[in-house]
Design a protein around this ligand. Sequence first.
Ligand code: HEM
Length: 427
Amino acid sequence: MHGPAYVPKTNFTRWLDKRLPIIRFVNDTITTYPTPRNLNFWYTFGGILTFMLGVQIVTGIVLAMHYVPNANLAFDSVENITRDVNYGWLLRFLHADGASMFFLAVYIHMFRGLYYGSYKEPRELLWILGVIIYILMMATAFFGYVLPWGQMSFWGATVITNLFSSIDQIVPHAGTAITTWLWGDFAVGDPTLNRFFSLHYLLPFIIAGVVGLHIWALHVPGNNNPLGIDVKGPQDTVPFHPYYTAKDSFYLCLFVLVYAIIVFYRPDFFGNPDNYIPANPLVTPTDIVPEWYLLPFYAMLRSVPQKLIGVLVLFGALATLFFVPWLDTSKVRSCRFRPLMKQFFWIFALDCVLLGYVGSQTADAAWHLGGFDLPLVWLARLGTIYYYAFFWVILPFVGLIERPKSLPQTIAQAVLGAGRSQPAPAE
Ligand code: HEM
């Protein structure tokens, strides 16, 4: 089903092709890779993510040339980068805001996958590799946030590492021992900062490796598409280049425009002002909040009064994502043809936003509705229940009872109209 085979034209490319067929590889996996002809805007985020991973690695490497991973110097070294290093402010904000833009893109990418059923057979492993990338991204972002050694860095690290001490409730003292071992000290301190820096530098390269596997696992079955039906023949595909190289580049430019507006005009938009106060182990901020992309999980953690159960709910929510390909019992992939599932999907998207909002508020916050106070922790509980119910109850059961709309025969028929099936332009 591949496009025209690569034919080396010069003496050098013939020589190279026999020894290291790298041009052939690029030709087969990018240039002529047959791609469904109906991929929409939501399919441009995989390319955007690849770009953002590159930006984070390049800006991160240069920042590390100036950053000092020492509890006494880290905060000042970051200030020095922002104020004194040539274009240091640009590097720093590209990197800090880049993390947020990266997560924005990954959330769109994941919701797209959920909506179009891209995790379903034969793409289960592709989805699982995605979940692994997502968890690695969260760990990387958490380690990175600690590095400027501001108040939120320090206290965020303290709250999250302390989660491990809840293991004490199962095996007495084991949790405290693990936490002390993670810290390398009896509290978050210099050894903790050092190891977090080391891990923050390491993980993006591991992510890059898993992204390689992710794209490999994409190229074996080929892309899913908004209709969720299989490619039936050459009439359903176009070569990746120039069609999707052009489309992806256009949307990448729009994405970079938004990214640039934030970096140049609102660089602290995603940040927390408390992180401009140097870390102080003796003063706890009134409210410890993680970055926006971790807020829904933070809300889940705080929705349970018992710490260990809160931790299990948090990690369970992430672990659930691994089972999605087997929880969905529907024969139809795309929500376009699933009238019932589509509604539950949008409620789920709203639920994640609601959880994020609750996570951003203080633990004892409440909504004043007339004479009645609604504690937000109850919303967090409701939101957490819906999160779990969506995956473990709705996904399996709706697939069994729903009557999907009728599917088009082929992608070409749906895109070009019945009866017309134009051959792919370059094939
Ligand atoms: C660094 C992060 C990531 C990168 C660079 C990346 C890259 C890509 C690329 C280039 C594609 C093909 C283009 C597209 O469909 O947009 C893709 C597809 C896909 N990705 Fe990712 N991805 C990342 C994270 C994730 C995550 C976190 C998940 C889910 C948990 C995920 C699940 C998928 C799925 C299911 C597809 C197939 C979509 C389809 O064909 O309908 N990816 N990814």
